[in-house]
Write a new protein. Structure first.
Length: 134
């Protein structure tokens, strides 16, 4: 089982050849990397509408090799509802539902989330975040 859930922003950085993102993911890969089906949807949209969709989709599929793709289950949906409901109204408006589903996925599977969006995710109670210098 994976120890880390990779957020969309890290994957985009890796797909664009950003060296720090690629190196970090290579270092963490032996401990297991997972991707939320929510991130997959966001990434698929970007690839599908890219200038060269075929190359972008192939790059995405190549990136996903060896990673666990985690779907939204009933327990994740329930965790989403609980965590979102516990947040103050201002934060519920600030943090999008897609991000909350990604956070709920990490919480439900006890995964550490790799994200550059610490501004939003740091407000989610109990969520473990991987913090790396950019």
């Amino acid at each position: 089982m994976s120890l880390y859930l990779v957020d969309t922003d890290w994957i985009v950085d890796c797909l664009h050849g950003q060296e720090d993102a690629t190196q970090t993911l290579l270092e963490l890969a032996p401990q297991g990397l997972a991707v939320s089906i929510i991130s997959y949807g966001e990434l698929f949209e970007g690839a599908y509408y890219a200038r060269d969709p075929q190359a972008a989709l192939e790059g995405l599929q190549s990136f996903l090799l060896g990673k666990d793709l985690v779907g939204v289950t009933r327990s994740i949906a329930e965790r989403f509802g609980i965590v979102r409901g516990e947040l103050p109204r201002s934060l519920r408006r600030q943090i999008g539902d897609m991000d909350m589903l990604i956070a709920a996925t990490a919480l439900a599977h006890d995964l550490t989330l790799l994200t550059r969006n610490l501004r939003d995710f740091s407000h989610v109670p109990g969520l473990k975040l991987y913090e790396a210098a950019r």
